[in-house]
Design a protein around this ligand. Structure first.
Ligand code: ZN
Length: 141
């Protein structure tokens, strides 16, 4: 028995500052382009100022998530990281750490097992525009 793995990636541009992008379609394409019918997809964003999660991607829920994150790690607070590095994105690192950088979703018959109103999103918490390479690693059969 051997493990079958396929690694892919795609690139997105973000506005930073908590920009939230629906990346479900890009992840689905990696599965469609693979030889796998069933398995798991791990979505991972390298970098310490971005996160991956799921949400119902509609403007109300997206705004609610942004507000909740602002309450958890407000922009206008003291962050030791800023005192040490002066890049002003201490809040970005804390937000990214709380959310996590990866997500694993099972798929069957080449389709992600997401709920009807559940999308995969990339959240970019940095304090500037960024280009992100998102990795999609598939394990399947
Ligand atoms: Zn920093």
């Amino acid at each position: 028995m051997s493990v079958h793995v396929k690694s892919g990636q795609f690139r997105v541009k973000t506005q930073g500052f908590g920009d939230i992008l629906d990346i479900t379609e890009q992840v689905s394409r990696e599965i469609e382009a693979s030889e796998f019918s069933n398995g798991i997809a791990t979505v991972f964003v390298p970098g310490s100022t971005a996160g991956i999660t799921t949400i119902e991607f509609e403007s109300g829920a997206v705004e609610d998530l942004k507000q909740a994150i602002e309450r958890l790690a407000p922009v206008n607070m003291h962050y030791d990281h800023d005192a040490r590095w002066g890049d002003g994105n201490g809040f970005s690192h804390v937000r990214a750490a709380l959310m996590g950088a990866s997500l694993t979703v099972p798929f069957a018959q080449k389709r992600l097992n997401l709920g009807t109103w559940q999308q995969i999103v990339l959240c970019d918490f940095d304090n500037r525009e960024r280009t992100r390479d998102v990795m999609v690693q598939l394990m399947g059969e």
